[in-house]
Every structure is written in structure tokens, then in C-alpha cells.
Design a protein around this ligand. Structure first.
Ligand code: 5GP
Length: 115
């Protein structure tokens, strides 16, 4: 059994962070170091999957639930349009190996990726 991740510790109330939305299997919080006007994290409650590739292979329905909650929080916290980013691997900037989606929204730089 691996050590609880920072997100598991947040879910368990050991590290303070408001849970802004949740379903049975997925929850959302604000990123502590926002990179956009709206920067939320959508996280499966299980830490069984370290990244989105493992999640897609192991539980595609749970990945779909992550995307659905991203849609909901983007609607609730911005105008509904959003970028969904899964950093995958340390070389791509992943620092927490408990799969999570970054939801970026609100006044995104039009020159940015895909903009
Ligand atoms: P990664 O770099 O793994 O893709 O994303 C991890 C994210 O978790 C980072 O954007 C970082 O700011 C965020 N983060 C790390 N520790 C905490 C914390 O204690 N609370 C919250 N709300 N976010 C955190």
C-alpha cells in the first residue's frame, strides 16, 4: 500500500482545502498555485492510478466521470469553456502521481496552446 498522496490527504481532511464539487468517485478543489484566472483540479477519490494513461486503461468510466465533473465545475466557476490538462510524467511537469485533471478557464491567453 503506497503512502497517501497529497490529494488523498486533502480528501481525508488532513490537509485543508475546500472541496468545491464531488461525486461518489471524483472530487474537485482549487489549485493552490493557480496558473489561470480559474484553475481547478478534478481528482478520482482512488489513488490507484498514477496518471491518465493508467486511468484510461484501468477504468475508462472513471476517466469519463473526471471529464464530466470538469465540465460541471467549469460551468459553475467560469463561462463553461475550459482547457483540460493531464501532466503525464515528471518530464511533463507532473509532481503528484495520483491522477488529476487541471481545469483552466476564464480569460485564457489566446496565444496559448490551442488558442
Ligand atoms: P501536477 O504538477 O502533478 O500536474 O499538478 C499538481 C498540482 O497540485 C499543482 O498544480 C499544485 O499547485 C497543486 N497542489 C500541490 N499541493 C497542493 C495542495 O496542498 N493544495 C492544493 N489545493 N493544490 C496543491
Amino acid at each position: 500500500m503506497s503512502e497517501p498522496s497529497i490529494f488523498t490527504r486533502i480528501l481525508n481532511g488532513e490537509i485543508p482545502s475546500e472541496i468545491i464539487a464531488e461525486t461518489e468517485d471524483v472530487f474537485a478543489i482549487r489549485d493552490i498555485a493557480p496558473q489561470a484566472p480559474v484553475h481547478l483540479l478534478v481528482i478520482p477519490k482512488t489513488q490507484d492510478y498514477r496518471d491518465v494513461v493508467e486511468l484510461a486503461a484501468g477504468d475508462p468510466a472513471l476517466l469519463a466521470e473526471v471529464v464530466a465533473l470538469a465540465r460541471r465545475v467549469a460551468d459553475e466557476h467560469s463561462d463553461g469553456d475550459f482547457r483540460l490538462i493531464f501532466n503525464t510524467g515528471a518530464g511533463a511537469g507532473q509532481t503528484v502521481f495520483h491522477v488529476h485533471a487541471h481545469v483552466l478557464a476564464g480569460g485564457l491567453d489566446e496565444a496559448g496552446l490551442g488558442g
